[in-house]
Design a binder for this molecule. Structure first.
Ligand code: 39S
Ligand code: MET
Ligand code: ZN
Length: 767
């Protein structure tokens, strides 16, 4: 697309380092007084989700998908402009994930995906797999419920810049009369989040390739400057975690190099999700013009290092839905202004993690609503704060008092030691070795989702909905009986989501209708709002568990979400220590466990997939967190008698980092994601000695791919090397709700067959 150069006069406006040398520096292009680090992209009514899923089904073309993307970007930029935001960010849109986009931008596409077809096919093959091609690994984005695709880098990865996406989006906005600030993941974070290619030699780390990747970044920066980009934002959230002296030195070298690139745009390095700590002075000594600091999570000490720089002060939280108190934000901003050359008001991180617009929520209690701000309200807040800061001369900033530490609540009365429980459970349950089970959810059908929506709209009576849920439970029970599973589940058909469902049945929570937040790809959640004291007014799951059990002679396990996960995946009140909130939820779950047990449910699974996610990003504070998180879990589960078997499930958790905590949960059986990390977890010494039941997931449920029997058997044989057969469970990686029934039937048939074959092989000859 040829473009008129006269619209990009700013190409010549160039800023370079402050060190006075003979070349007189061009003036720094002005940075907007108010900005945001990023904006949601799934669409206010999840338009992108719909477009993606219809493209994946083959119902629409790649061109139609691209057109939806263009419409959504245009709508977002117009919306931001209407809210008063100048110089908005661009390249914050993504068809799937911004880390995957960065890999493509830098040419880091593993060879095996290149033959998948056109650009969209290659891209989605990496994200979701394709015929015979497993997808790249997916894991949590820092301490959020967003998941990114893990780039694979080897010694031979050829970094070749392909700036088409950021350039194209910059041009789109320019055509609307908006000069945007392209946003890229920075080189340090990109490489630290990547993993070594499978064929890389031992000892190789993606970070070793920093010098090479910088060449590609230089090409991207040059291309953006040529388009007329005055500022480029480089996101470096990895710098808020503990970094080695070598990594910090490499950071300095990287930004010295990018900072001295001739003809470059002005550089804004954004940090978020915590305090830069020692990385702040390191960045400040490089020629980058602007540095973004998260002042919601990070402190103000050390901000003197910002002297001479533009400080982009993140005072409006991108991680919660509470309104910003200007009486706190303005003194803070004024304090930053004292240190820095200029200050811009910003969000603490991208607004990707909050819903679009509070105005779409008409059903909220007005008293609660008054305290809330979603993305658009937060945009208005940064604009308003910038306006007020200009003339602000109020009282000096005072750090808020440190929260008062209360004594940790007790974990609850203990159960007997594991061997005693295990014997009682074995006598009661009479399960074969290598028992087969699933993680809880079965496919959520269109019909059930539509029925739930109809109940909400008042067009379907609840009784009729309940009848459909019962029919679905019966279908799931019959299917599992037919497949020959040993421990059955009811399939969770009554749940819209494993967290929202509990929030809807607990006091102290509000839920939204349209408050969607992207979790990965096309998948979203509506995080509940935990605003008050949590209480369980009545049993939540008991009637469904009881109904499922009434349909079969086999054991049915009850299914609950753990207290840490319920809190991690909600927006949480900030007037109580997090630990105390988690314990309130733990008490509610404890009551539910007791009621399930009293109803005769012999096995109860309490999921904690977010256990690792909530862990502090820096080592400091991790032990304390894990101690109370584990105590809360035990409080939730320790009311059960010895004969009741407690299961837990963890996923996306890099479980190897928290094995001691998993052990501390003291669950009788732990199922854990392992397929997407290729069974690596089994090699862990602590797992080798794991003293209780364990079910390392034998296949990846996130891909439509059906595992064959031989591959499941191979995984089980590997597991049997380190786990005795009476403690090894056979199960998929995670719940099946995102799959279809044909995929689930085929996969489960294969895992049952593999388990039976191995079981037969274990039997003593002639037995
Ligand atoms: N909260 C949470 N976090 C999690 C997970 C999780 O299960 N829950 N799992 C891990 C992976 N993350 C995931 C996040 C979302 C989904 C997921 O499947 N989400 C569904 C939505 C689930 C939901 O809330 N469904 C509702 C609403 C469904 C809906 O779209 N309704 C329509 C109307 C229905 C119709 O007419 O078809 C509408 O509102 O427009 C329901 O079933 O009731 C989706 O994006 O498609 C899966 C995994 C980690 N984090
Ligand atoms: C993200 S963990 C999911 C656990 C839940 N029981 C399910 O099967 O869906
Ligand atoms: Zn899971």
């Amino acid at each position: 697309m040829p473009k008129d150069r006269s619209t990009t006069t700013a190409v010549s406006i160039r800023r370079r380092s402050d060190e006075g040398d003979s070349v007189s520096a061009a003036p720094e292009p002005s940075f907007p007084a108010a900005t945001i680090l990023g904006y949601p992209r799934i669409g206010p009514r999840r338009e992108l989700k719909r477009a993606l899923e219809s493209y994946w089904e083959g119902a629409t073309t790649a061109e139609e998908l691209r057109a939806t993307g263009r419409r959504l970007r245009e709508a977002s930029w117009r919306r931001l402009a209407a809210l008063g935001l100048e110089g908005p960010p661009s390249n914050t849109f993504s068809l799937y994930d911004q880390v995957l986009d960065t890999a493509v931008l830098l040419g880091a596409v593993p060879e095996r995906y290149r033959r998948a077809g056109g650009p969209e096919e290659v891209y989605f093959a990496m994200a979701r797999g394709a015929d015979g091609l497993a997808p790249l690994r997916m894991t949590k984005w820092f301490d959020t419920n967003y998941h990114y695709i893990v780039p694979e880098i080897g010694p031979d990865t050829a970094f070749v810049a392909d700036p088409a996406k950021p350039v194209g989006e910059f041009r789109e906005a320019l055509a609307l009369g908006l000069r945007t600030r392209p946003v890229l993941i920075g080189p340090i974070t990109f490489l630290l989040l990547a993993e070594a290619a499978p064929d890389a030699p031992a000892g190789f780390a993606p970070f070793d390739r920093l010098a090479d990747v910088l060449g590609a970044y230089e090409d991207v920066l040059r291309a953006l400057a040529a388009e007329g980009a005055e500022w480029v934002q480089l996101d470096e959230p990895a710098l808020v975690a503990d970094r080695t002296p070598e990594e910090l030195a490499a950071t300095a070298a990287a930004y010295d190099r990018l900072g001295t690139l001739p003809g470059r745009p002005a550089l804004f390095v954004a940090s978020y999700f915590g305090d830069l700590g020692p990385a702040l002075p390191v960045l400040a000594r490089t020629p980058v013009e602007a540095i973004g600091v998260d002042l919601v999570r990070g402190g103000v000490s050390g901000l003197a290092a910002l002297a001479g720089k533009t400080a982009v002060a993140g005072v409006v939280s991108g991680r919660d839905v509470w309104r910003t108190d200007p009486e706190r934000a303005l003194p803070l901003l004024a304090a930053v202004r004292k240190h820095a050359a200029r200050v811009a008001v910003s969000t603490s991180c991208s607004l990707l993690h909050v819903p679009y617009d509070l105005d779409a929520e008409t059903g909220l209690d007005p008293a609660l609503r008054e305290r809330l701000a979603f993305a658009d309200q937060k945009v208005a807040e940064v604009v308003e704060l910038a306006r007020r800061l200009a003339g602000y001369d109020g009282p000096p900033y005072q750090a808020p008092p440190a929260p008062v530490e209360t004594a940790a609540p007790p974990a609850g009365a203990g159960r007997s030691p594991y061997p005693v429980r295990a014997a009682a459970q074995a006598a009661h349950l009479r399960l074969p070795p290598l028992p087969t089970t699933t993680i809880g959810s079965f496919p959520q059908t269109e019909e059930l989702r539509a029925a739930r929506a109809a109940v909400a709209a008042g067009t379907l009576p609840v009784e009729e909905y309940d009848e459909r849920v019962r029919a679905e439970i019966e279908r799931v029970i019959r299917l599992q009986e037919r497949l020959g599973l040993d421990v059955l589940v009811h399939g969770e058909p009554e749940r819209n989501d494993m967290v929202q469902y509990f929030a809807e049945h607990l006091d102290g929570f509000a839920v939204t209708r349209h408050g969607w937040v992207q979790s990965y790809g096309s998948r979203c959640t509506r995080p509940p709002i935990l605003y008050g004291d949590v209480r369980r007014p009545a049993p939540i799951t008991v009637r469904w568990a009881r109904y499922a059990a009434s349909l079969t002679d086999r054991p049915v396990k009850g299914m609950l979400t753990g207290p840490v996960t319920i809190v991690a995946w909600s927006f949480v009140r900030d007037d109580l220590p997090l630990r105390d909130v988690v314990f309130q939820v733990a008490d509610a779950i404890r009551e539910e466990v007791r009621d399930l047990e009293a109803a005769g449910v012999p096995i109860i699974q309490v999921d904690e997939p977010a256990l690792r996610e909530m862990m502090p990003l820096r080592r400091e504070g991790r032990d304390a967190y894990l101690a109370w998180a584990v105590a809360a879990y035990r409080r939730a589960t320790s009311g059960a008698g010895d004969r009741t078997q407690i299961h837990t499930h963890l996923c996306y958790s890099d479980a190897d980092q928290i094995l001691d905590a998993i052990d501390g949960l003291d669950a009788d059986v732990t199922s854990i994601e392992s397929a997407r990390s290729h069974g690596r977890i089994l090699g862990e010494p602590a797992l080798r000695d794991f003293p209780r039941g364990i079910g390392p997931g034998v296949y990846d449920i996130h891909s439509p791919r059906v595992p064959d029997e031989a591959e499941v058997e191979k995984a089980l044989r590997a597991a049997l090397e380190v786990v005795p057969p009476d403690r090894l469970w056979v199960n998929p990686d995670c719940g099946l709700k995102t799959r279809t029934y044909p995929q689930v039937e085929a996969s489960l048939a294969n895992i049952v067959a593999a388990a039976r074959r191995l079981r037969a092989a274990l039997r003593p000859a002639g037995g």
